[in-house]
Design a protein around this ligand. Structure first.
Ligand SMILES: Cc1cc2nc3c(=O)[nH]c(=O)nc-3n(C[C@H](O)[C@H](O)[C@H](O)COP(=O)(O)OP(=O)(O)OC[C@H]3O[C@@H](n4cnc5c(N)ncnc54)[C@H](O)[C@@H]3O)c2cc1C
Length: 512
């Protein structure tokens, strides 16, 4: 229902395409709808389990963005000499951060099966000439909201060196492997709706590149893997109203890659609803957003020194990552926030690069200063000989800003933050020229997570939590996986879930 009690337009199923216009009928054991990481993992693992599999995808090629993929453990981590980690307490902290509104069964399934899934993927990618590496994580304090469990994997090779940017290589390798073992892919073929026979979801009707319609019958399962609904205004208004206005993309590019402000229109979610699925219980759906990384010292971080709002007031304990930064900044007047620091910050803080590898060195103070100089030259941050000059360049009120910096420096010298209780180790005075400053107001709106009610086996369920026979889903569209916000404490958790549940679901549909 819409906010006014009437069904939203996307809730009404479309009229079936007249039979005469459906010019082709194909069949397979398993039909996978969508060709991102989740769809590809499901398709390849089902194929390896002996199924005839066809992917029907609206995209002209496999779709990728970023490339950080979490697994709780792997042979890559073992090769680094890393012990298995116990994430039991951390998971409870995460459930609390999500107000206990997530489906714990899925989280523990990720914890317990991500190793097997990552080892499976690593074997495939290494055969295709890629290297699987570990991303750097911020592990300085387990009880800081910036702490990240190690286990974010990334793929490098063929010109990609930066960790967390290799997903396009991975999905290309997966598609190649899938085709080599007899899988089929129909590109540029958006699915329109699902058909049911005797209560079972039995076929998907899709439109091919020439406008023709086809019916793909699935003997065992249809696995939806169509990504998010961030570019559907009506769905956003209903399921994620708080951030609906931030996602402005049209959603008409099915190949959309590394883009912010909207991906897809939630067509898979709609098809599931029309086939009898209930919506997930968690409301609103969680958004994946990141705050500005300018002036940060840690992966997935934002500046952890002094932050001020546009009135020149300090407003928070700055010990938080980039996701939480985005949310706290949105609460300040005009959604604006700023950071100011001195050159001494480069020496007094340990700097690790975003996109760096686990075994890489810390950045030296000289590298950090050179980075700030470069950003100042490009106008991304400002630089001045005095704090007043930086405040002016940022458009902050001089007197209030100077008073706030003075107060912050007093707290740093005392080693005790009696205003916001930030840990002493994160208190660095703003002392040495040149001084730097930046706006923290830019936010990256990545995606929205969630969709039809889905059980921990990835079966799409009705309002009584009964699986709809024949219908499964994987990837970003899985219901009740995240709540509140995707907080980035487990970088690559979403792709980790795409991999793990894609891999498991492909095997399961054949066992079913
Ligand atoms: C800029 C950016 C960077 C990101 N980086 C990361 C990261 O590094 N790690 C991470 O964990 N997460 C990351 N994410 C989140 C990321 O989007 C998801 O994790 C991931 O892409 C979801 O994969 P998926 O397989 O569920 O869907 P997608 O990769 O979005 O794939 C959906 C597929 O379905 C197809 N499709 C859509 N509609 C239809 C239809 N009607 N019929 C048939 N096919 C259809 C699409 O064309 C596409 O092939 C990032 C997001 C953004 C925006």
């Amino acid at each position: 229902m819409s906010a006014y009690g009437k069904p939203a337009s996307f809730e009404t199923p479309p009229e079936p395409i007249p039979e005469a216009q459906i010019t082709r009928t194909l069949s397979a054991d398993v039909a996978v709808v969508g060709e991102g990481l989740a769809g590809l993992c499901a398709a390849l693992s089902a194929r390896q389990a002996g199924a005839e599999v066809t992917i029907v995808t609206a995209s002209a090629r496999p779709v990728a963005r970023g490339g950080s993929v979490f697994a709780a453990y792997s042979r890559i981590m073992a090769a680094h000499g890393m012990p298995r980690q116990n994430l039991d307490d951390f998971f409870l902290e995460e459930f609390a951060a999500n107000s206990f509104q997530v489906d714990q069964r899925k989280w523990y399934a990720l914890l317990d099966h991500s190793e097997e899934a990552m080892n499976w993927l690593a074997d495939i990618l290494e055969k295709e000439g890629l290297e699987v590496v570990l991303e750097d994580a911020n592990e300085d304090d387990h009880h800081s909201p910036t702490w990240q469990p190690p286990g974010t994997h990334a793929f490098v090779g063929k010109g990609v060196t930066r960790a967390g940017t290799g997903m396009a290589l991975a999905v290309a390798a997966l598609e190649k492997t899938f085709l080599a073992v007899g899988g089929k892919v129909l590109h540029s073929t958006p699915a329109k709706y699902l058909e049911k026979r005797s209560g079972r979801v039995s076929a998907v009707v899709a439109q091919g590149p020439e406008g023709e319609y086809l019916r793909l019958k699935a003997r065992k399962a249809i696995i939806l893997a169509t990504g998010d609904f961030s570019a559907n205004r009506e769905m956003m208004a209903k399921y994620c109203p708080q951030y609906a206005g931030e996602f402005t993309a049209a959603g008409d590019d099915y190949d959309v890659g590394f883009a912010v402000r909207g991906l897809y229109r939630g067509e898979g979610q709609q098809m599931a609803l029309w086939a009898g699925a209930a919506w997930q219980r968690t409301w609103p759906c969680a958004v994946m957003i990141q705050g500005s990384r300018l002036g940060t010292s840690m992966p997935y971080g934002s500046h952890r020194g002094l932050r001020l709002n546009r009135r020149g007031e300090r407003y928070c304990n700055e010990d938080m990552n980039g996701a939480y930064t985005a949310f706290t900044t949105l609460r300040e007047p005009g959604g604006k926030a700023f950071a100011i620091w001195g050159a001494n910050y480069a020496r007094e803080t340990v700097f690790r690069a975003h996109g760096g590898r686990r075994d890489g060195p810390d950045l030296t103070p000289e590298q950090v200063l050179a980075g700030w100089e470069d950003q100042a030259g490009k106008g991304q941050i400002v630089k001045g000989d005095t704090v007043e000059a930086v405040a002016e360049a940022l458009g902050l009120p001089a007197a209030e800003t100077l008073a706030t910096v003075r107060r912050y420096n007093e707290l740093c010298r005392a080693g005790k933050d009696t205003d916001f209780h930030k840990k002493p180790k994160y208190l660095q005075e703003i002392r040495e020229a040149p001084f730097y400053g930046c706006s923290l107001s830019d936010r990256l709106f990545f995606t929205v997570l969630g969709g039809p009610r889905t059980n921990a086996r990835m079966q799409v369920c009705d309002a009584e939590d009964e699986p709809i026979p024949g219908l499964w889903c994987v990837g970003s569209m899985v219901g009740d996986m995240y709540a509140n916000c995707y907080n980035f404490r487990i970088p690559g958790q979403n792709y980790g879930a795409c991999l793990t549940f894609g891999y498991l679901t492909g095997k399961r549909v054949m066992e079913n």
